[in-house]
Design a protein around this ligand. Structure first.
Ligand SMILES: [Zn+2]
Length: 422
């Protein structure tokens, strides 16, 4: 299974916009209600015996189960009798909003994110249809359950071999958008290697083959590749950030809630959107640039980078590495290029040439010089070469074997996908 998200600008009618607004607001109330229920439950557990109020003990008995996605979905059905307005929104959409809350809690437990917050008016900006009906698309139109056909600006073709899995309706300062998740029913072969002459994507996703490239996201440059390519951090972000700061200052000088304040806020929101779009464009350009140079790409596993690179690394994660790797993966898929994330621990502390640990480098040290074998290269390029070595080891090949098309791997059977290898 592989999926891509395509985004289009909607051109809804006035009436459809009213429905969107109404649904957003109802979803927001459901989100807040469900959050309150969870919050109350936690409060009733976490208080000290001598500080616990009788009231909360009374309201939530000690053996009350923790509210879950399933229990809250059930509650939703009952709530519909009390609040008929809930019936205006498709049930699956409301359930998705409850799922979103569940995910926020899981992120809190597993990834140390903050306690989910209540959403004020206008803070919930999207809702999801987890399923669309039969043939939900015709040129320039998408059919949403309950709402019906909605016009959109079809800025690109939608591949006909994909299935539209879900649709997210998003409100932005510049208008309404739909994010369509397209899915391909292909398998992800981890260790299948093509026979010479077999197309790389014979079993669905591309397999390791051809020229291989390791990619390291640097702290100084945007990224470095094992073949020596270094992409600088683009300057236009700095300019846009400066402009953003200026606009934000203007907002703070206006009287809170006044008309001018609102206008200034819209400007800030628009600029945020522009920055996000510019970043995305840049990410796609770099992704294509990398794909021009390789048939197999290995990148660092970002979940491990954050830990190993400390606070500075975290700051860089905000700069959108996650999005870049997602885009790179999509780009690779489209262009039949094998993509894999590999362990990224200590990539900057190992010599790519002989494997010796060279010890931690200071940020100011721009060059890797190995004291063991004398190998010398750019610091980030060296890290990218370590990524490449690890990637090749992970797929049981060497750079040379991949490049020459000499495959030694043994095909592994895929479960439940209905196709056979060899
Ligand atoms: Zn060395």
């Amino acid at each position: 299974m592989f999926s891509l998200t395509y985004e289009f600008r909607l051109q809804p009618t006035k009436h459809q916009i009213e429905i969107f607004q109404d649904w957003l607001e109802i979803n927001r109330k459901v989100y807040n209600y469900a959050l309150a229920e969870r919050k109350d439950w936690y409060k009733s557990r976490s208080c000290q015996i001598n500080a616990c109020s009788l009231q909360s003990e009374y309201i939530i008995p000690a053996d009350a189960p923790r509210p879950t996605y399933a229990s809250q979905c059930k509650l939703l059905t009952t709530a519909k009798q009390l609040y008929p307005e809930l019936k205006r929104v498709q049930s699956q959409v409301l359930q998705q909003t409850l799922k979103r809350l569940e995910i926020a809690f899981v992120s809190m437990w597993e990834r140390n994110f903050g306690f989910p917050r209540f959403k004020k008016v206008g803070q919930l900006r999207s809702f999801v249809f987890p399923q669309l009906g039969k043939e939900p698309l015709k040129p320039g139109f998408v059919k949403l359950p309950v709402i019906g056909w909605v016009k959109f600006r079809q800025s690109r073709d939608i591949p006909s071999d994909a299935v539209v899995k879900q649709a997210r309706i998003v409100k932005r300062p510049t208008g309404w958008y739909v994010m369509l998740t397209l899915q391909w029913d292909v398998s992800v072969p981890q260790r299948h290697f093509a026979q010479v002459g077999e197309p790389a994507h014979a079993s669905g996703l591309p397999m390791p083959h051809g020229e291989a490239l390791g990619v390291d996201v640097g702290l100084m440059s945007f990224l470095a590749a094992s073949n020596g390519l270094v992409v600088k951090r683009p300057k236009f972000f700095v300019d846009l950030q400066r402009k953003l700061k200026l606009l934000q200052q203007r907002v703070s000088r206006k009287k809170l809630g006044s008309n001018n304040w609102r206008k200034a806020q819209v400007k800030v929101a628009r600029l945020h959107e522009r920055i996000a779009n510019t970043r995305k464009d840049f990410h796609w350009k770099v992704a294509h640039q990398l794909c021009d140079q390789a048939k197999t790409i290995f990148v660092e596993d970002l979940n491990l980078v954050g830990l190993s690179k400390g606070m500075l690394g975290k700051h860089c994660l905000d700069a959108g590495w996650g999005q870049f790797f997602q885009i790179l993966e999509q780009c690779c898929f489209k262009r039949d290029i094998y993509f894999q994330q590999v362990d990224s621990k200590k990539t900057s502390q190992i010599c790519p040439s002989c494997g010796t640990e060279t010890g931690k480098k200071d940020l100011s040290e721009r060059v890797h010089v190995c004291s063991n074998c004398g190998y010398t290269t750019d610091r980030d390029v060296a890290a990218a070469q370590v990524v490449l070595n690890r990637g090749c080891a992970a797929v049981g090949q060497t750079v040379k074997m991949l490049a020459e098309g000499k495959f030694i791997g043994v095909p592994v059977k895929q479960e439940s996908h209905g196709f056979k290898l060899n």
